[in-house]
Every structure is written in C-alpha cells, then in structure tokens.
Design a protein around this ligand. Structure first.
Ligand SMILES: Cc1ncc(COP(=O)(O)O)c(C=O)c1O
Length: 422
C-alpha cells in the first residue's frame, strides 16, 4: 500500500488499527474503568528492593556490569529458577525447579509471548479457536498474521468445551484443517471475568490432546483471586507437550514488562528464536528486581493487594446492581473486569461512550474490540459457521484502577446515564 510519501507499507497496515484500549489510556477522566491498568502496586517494596540493589552494585561492580548488560534471550537462569519454584509451589505446575527450570522463559510482557507463539504457529489460513468474546491482544495479532479465527460461545463458566469440539469438526469440514491453537484465559477471563471450572479444564485438555492442538493457557490473573480456583490446566500436562502456559508480572508485581511462560521444548525453541530477533533479550536489571520480589516479598504483597481488589470489585458490583438498567453482568471471583450486556440488542455502547459517558468523565471499554475484526463464529447449533460480528450492546468495566469510593460514584453516574438513555 503506497502512502503519501511514495513508499509502500505492508498490507496489514491497511486493515489493522491501533489497539482501542491503548488509545483510551490517553484520556484523563474522573472515572477510569477502561484499561486493565493496576491501581494497586507495592511501590514501597520496589523502592526498598532498588535501594538494596543500589548498595549491592556499589559494593560489587562485577555484578553491576552483568546486570546492566545483555543476557540470554529466554531469561537469566537464577530468575527462571525462582519463577519455576513459584509456579511449582503455588500453582502446582509439574516442573522440577532444579532440573527443568529451562522450560521456563521470560518475555517482554506476556504480550510478547502471545505474539511470538502466534508468529511461530500461524501461517495465513491456519485456524485458531477463541472464546467469544476474547482478549483483543490475542485476537488482533492472530488476524494480522492471517489466522482464521473461529469464536465459540461462552457462558458464566467461560468457554464451553462442547463447542470447541464442534468448532474443530467444522474447521475440518469447511477448511480441511485441524485448528492449530485453542486460546483460553481460565482464571477471571479478560474481558468477561469468568472462571473455567475443573470439569471444563479437563475437557479442554482432553480435546486438545485428542486432536493434537496446542492449548494456550493465558493465566494473567491467576494470582488476583478472591477465592481458591481450580488448578491450572497446565497441571494436567505432565509431559509438557500440549500447553503453553503464560503468566505475567504485570498484575501481581508491577508493570515492568516481564511475562513468564512454560512451553513445550520444541515450541519454546522457536518462540525464543523469534524473540531473539524481536528484542534480543529482556532487561537483566528488571529481572534482578523481580527475582528479589518473587523470592522475598510476593506473599506479603499479595496478602495486602488481593483483598483491596476484592473491595473494588464489590463496590463496582453493588453500584451496578443499584443503578444499571435492565441487562446482565458477570460475577467474577478475581481479576480486573466485569462484563455487562444491555437487554436492548440495538444499544451501541461505543457511540454511547463517545457521546454520553466521556463528556460526563466516565471511561469504559465498549465490547466491540473483543470480537475479531474478521473471522467466524459457530452457529447456535454448532454445526456451521457465520461471520463473527461484535455485540455492540456490551461493555467491559475495569475495577482495577479506581478506589472503591471513586468506583461507587462513577458507576452510579454511568448507571444513571444509561437508565436515562435506555
Ligand atoms: C488476558 C491477558 N493476557 C495478556 C496480557 C498482557 O499482559 P502483559 O504483556 O502486561 O504481561 C493482558 C493484559 O492486560 C491480559 O489481560
């Protein structure tokens, strides 16, 4: 595609737009319920870690030289061991921390792992199964790389395995292809906030095993849980060959742009090859800071942080129940988001945000971006495909950033505006 200066951009630039959530970050409003921006970060702990490190570096310039330097593409051994131990001890992921830490990798945010996995797995026309709706940071790169997305219905327990099975069947019939990836966020999903129960986790694993499909388990919100969740699907993958398990420090530590993952060895090798050309490596200094946090502070921090997010969730749920017009909301047991669907099918939450909510200092994410810009949805009987269309009468409300007081006020304001309008 030629631009006004005469040189040619790649074809994707004409159909991929900048992330709508990123675009919303620039607005400064009184009531911010848009991006998944953590509002509670243990900054005092990080300040202490940095002070401690500053002293250590003065005493040990050799360590400083290493920590301010390039490192291995997949992460520093000492940090991979720490992460392996955390995933083993807390999430029960079957890795031997001393022998198998090298199946753990560090990326520049889990977003980079998502991108590199898609880049590694997807040729144009390959098929990917996602829940409907789904995290747009997965959907958009998948479309950019030419993936054919089939979205499957979800309910209050998240993705429905029977439909995944049907989608695989339809993909084989229509496209002559077995899908390459099933993507799922089992713990307090983005955007719906739903959690997949154990029975469904097991069914998803079995389906992917039976059809030889890579299951991408994105566990971004695994540590932000208000009650005990079922164990990760990855716990079923005893031989580490079926599931790419993704975690992130963004929600449970700080947004230092570090994600971590456990991938089957052959996939890991390709993903790290890709990462090597994307950014060479992740900052060693940042890994050092996080290593200390994960070894010494995370439990204390989470004890403080998780109940605070719960308070925010409760404030939002209560204010929605008191002020919103007829519709349905989800009831998350963790994570950052509540999903709301108006009873009125013709309600356009995107238009409403621009024309009514934003002028009244309220920001949320309209539901549209959580559906693929091109792709397919399973028909209701699960036997055929139709074009995927966004559900315009939906919105994602984040309770992560604002305080409970601000949430109560802002949601009441939004609820009253919606009630006047609908
Ligand atoms: C489900 C999900 N996956 C991945 C990410 C990316 O996280 P990060 O790149 O900060 O690790 C996010 C961010 O909000 C998310 O919600």
């Amino acid at each position: 595609m030629a631009n006004s200066d005469g040189y040619n951009f790649a074809a994707w630039t004409s159909f991929i737009e900048a992330s709508q959530i990123r675009a919303l970050l620039k607005y400064n409003v009184d009531y911010y319920f848009a991006g998944g921006k953590p509002g509670i970060i243990p900054t005092d702990i990080f300040a202490n870690i940095m002070a401690e490190l500053s002293e250590r570096y003065k005493e040990d310039p050799k360590l400083a030289l290493e920590d301010f330097n390039y490192g291995p593409t997949g992460g520093q051994t000492w940090f991979l061991k720490t992460l392996a131990k955390r995933m083993h001890d807390v999430r029960k992921i079957p890795i031997d921390c001393e022998e198998q830490y090298d199946c753990v990798s560090v990326t520049n945010g889990s977003q980079q792992a998502i991108y590199a996995i898609l880049d590694t797995m997807i040729d144009p026309g390959d098929v990917i199964i996602t829940p409907s709706p789904s995290y747009l940071g997965f959907l958009v790169p998948a479309v950019k790389l030419g993936g054919r997305i089939i979205t499957v219905p979800t309910d209050l327990d998240g993705i429905i395995p029977e439909y995944v099975e049907k989608a695989i069947h339809v993909s084989k019939m229509k496209f002559g292809k077995t899908p390459d990836i099933v993507y799922v966020v089992p713990d307090s999903d983005n955007p719906k906030g739903t959690t997949v129960p154990m029975k469904r986790r097991k069914a998803l694993f079995d389906i992917c095993e039976n059809h030889n499909i890579l299951l991408v388990e994105d566990s971004a919100y695994a540590e932000i849980q208000f009650k005990k969740n079922p164990p990760p699907i990855k716990t079923l993958d005893k031989e580490n060959r079926r599931i790419a398990y993704l975690g992130t420090t963004s929600k449970e530590a700080a947004v230092l742009r570090v994600g971590y993952s456990v991938m089957p060895p052959n996939l890991r090798e390709q993903v790290l090859k890709d990462k090597g050309y994307l950014d060479l490596c992740t900052s060693t200094l940042i890994q050092r800071i996080l290593d200390i946090y994960y070894r010494e502070y995370i439990d204390v921090a989470m004890k403080d942080i998780v109940p605070k997010y719960k308070e925010r969730y409760e404030a939002m749920a209560k204010a929605m129940d008191e002020s919103f017009p007829a519709g349905k909301r989800t009831d998350p047991t963790g994570g950052f988001f509540i999903w709301w669907e108006s009873e009125k099918k013709d309600f356009d939450s995107s238009k409403f945000m621009k024309e009514v909510a934003m002028p009244n200092q309220v920001l949320y994410v309209p539901g549209g971006p959580f559906y693929p810009i091109t792709g397919y949805a399973l028909t209701d009987n699960g036997n055929d495909l139709k074009p995927s269309v966004p559900q315009p009468n939906t919105m994602r409300l984040g309770f992560c950033y604002a305080t409970p007081e601000v949430i109560s006020e802002g949601i009441a304001r939004l609820g009253n505006l919606l009630s006047e309008h609908l």
